[in-house]
Write a protein that binds this ligand. Structure first.
Ligand code: ZN
Length: 119
């Protein structure tokens, strides 16, 4: 398969919109650090009584888990975007074969073909 430029353009658009969606999501509860692509969850003060403190801690823990999840996804998206620039997008990083178009449509940041994913 040779990836057509239309398809590439479409995937790039999808990746960029994913990227901004994730960055917005992260900005709701986390701040960027000096390291590119790294975020730090803010500790939100809700109140000072015991219940408020418990809620704060719980929410903070939830947000940290969410932050890690989003950060991971964001780095996959950024990697996919750099593969587009490098001209290697759509090739499996594992075996070098073409990644199925349907798989890329479903998950534009995919870096492995179905066969390698199942390994
Ligand atoms: Zn592969």
């Amino acid at each position: 398969m040779t990836v057509s430029s239309e398809f590439l353009e479409e995937m790039k658009k999808a990746l960029l919109s994913e990227k901004s969606r994730m960055e917005m999501e992260l900005a709701r509860f986390a701040d960027k650090t000096d390291i590119p692509g790294d975020y730090e969850t803010r500790f939100e003060e809700i109140g000072t009584d015991r219940d408020d403190n418990a809620t704060e801690v719980e929410q903070y823990a939830d947000n940290i888990a969410l932050e890690e999840n989003l950060e991971g996804q964001l780095s996959e998206v950024n990697e996919a975007l750099s593969r587009i620039d490098a001209g290697t997008y759509g090739l499996c990083v594992c075996c070098g074969a073409d990644i199925e178009e349907g798989r890329l449509r479903a998950y534009p940041a995919a870096k492995e073909c179905m066969a390698c994913l199942k390994k």
